[in-house]
Write a protein that binds this ligand. Sequence first.
Ligand code: BES
Ligand code: ZN
Length: 409
Amino acid sequence: MKTAMMALLLVASQAGAHQASLETFSTKPILADLADLKALDIPVLAKEESVGVGYAVITPEMQLKIQERAHKVGKCGGFEDLTTEKNFQALNFTSMLSSLAEIKAKNDLYERAPFAAVAVEKSPKIEAAVAEVSEQNLREWVTWLSSYPNRYNRGKTPNVHVEDMKRRLQTLLASSNIPYEISLISHDSTPQQSVRVRLTGSTRPNEIVVLGGHLDSINQGWGGGQQAPGADDNASGSANLLETLRIISQKEQPQRTIEFFWYAGEESGLLGSAEIAKSYKGEKRDVVAVLQLDMTSYPGAGEFVIGNMTDFTSKWLHEYLRAVNEAYLHARIVDDQCGYGCSDHASWFRQGYPTLMPFESTMRADNPNIHTAKDLINDKTNFAHSAMYSKLAVVFAMDLANSAARQPY
Ligand code: BES
Ligand code: ZN
C-alpha cells in the first residue's frame, strides 16, 4: 500500500512536469484496459479488478505498444489520456477507480435482484413516428457535416460548424409546438462549444431523458494533416439525433424533458460531456437515461447488427434495448465491449447515470477509416443501417419520456 501511494505521488509530480501534448511528451498518465496493460508488461500503478481498468504512466514507446495492440484486436485508441482532464495533476486516481467500482457493483445488482422484466409496449403513435425516419435526410445531414475540413476542437476555427448547427436547429424547431431551448455550452477544457436542445416536459419537467453524440472530429493518421471529415465518426450519430429531433419536435409535448446534446471535444478525451455530466451531477439533476450515438453508418458486423457496448453502460438499459428491439427494430444485438471509456456515455456513467451505447458494429469489425481523411461517405456507408439508430432514438425518446420507467436501484 505504502509503495503504491509513493508511486502515485511520484507519478503526480512527473505528470505535472510534462507538456500535455499528443505528439511529444515524456510520460503521461492514462487509464486503460487492465488485461492490455498486463499483456504489454506496462507497470500498473493503481487498478480496479472489478471494472478491469488500470492506471499507468506511459512513455511514447508504451503508447505505441498499446495502440498497436488495440489495432490488432480491433479497438480504436485503446486508452484514455488523463492529461486531457482539467487539473489532471490533482486527480485522485485511486478514488476515481473505486467510485467506478461502486457504480459497477450497483449495476451488477440488477442481475441478482428480482426486478420486474423490462417491457416496451408497441404504440401506434411511436410506430408512426419511427416510420418517418428518412435515409435521404440522414444522407443530407452527413453530407453537410462531413463537408467541413474538420470539426476538431483544437483546430483554428473550432466553432464554425457549431454555429451553423445552431442556425439549422433554429430553422428545424421554428414550427414546433413543444416549448424548447437551444443553447451553446462553453467549456473550461476546450474552446469548442457543445450544443444542447431542450424539449421541456409537460408534467415532469425535472426528469430528463438525454440523447447525445459528439459533433467533433479528429485526424490521427501519420502526417494526415487537418482533414477530418468524420462522416461515420461522428456525423452519422449527429445526423441520427437531428433526424430524431426533426420527428419528435412535431409531436405532442412529452411528460418528461428530453435533451439532445452534440458534444464538443470528445475526440480529445470526452471533454464536453465530462464537464456537462459533472455539472448535472453537481446540480443533482434527475437524468433518467442517456443514449449515446457514436458511429452508426458502417455495418461492419453485418447490416442491422447492433453492437451493444456493455461496459460503462447500464444493465437496465441493455434490457430496455432488447425490449425495444423486439417491439420495433427486429435487429440482431451482439454484446461487445470497448474496454475503456470510448465515448461520451462514459462521462455520464462515471457520474452514476444509466447509459446505453448501441454501436454500428462490433469492435473487431469496426470502420478502418475513422480518424483519417478517408472517413467519408463511400460504398460501405449504409443509411438504412444508420436509420435503425434514429428509429431506436425515436422510441427511446417517446417511450421513456412518457413513462415512469427508471433504473430500479
Ligand atoms: N467513436 C469513437 C469510439 C469508438 C471507435 C468506439 C471504434 C468503438 C469502435 C470515439 O470517437 C473515439 O475515437 N474515442 C476515443 C477515446 C477518447 C477517450 C479520446 C478512442 O477510442 O480513441
Ligand atoms: Zn473517434
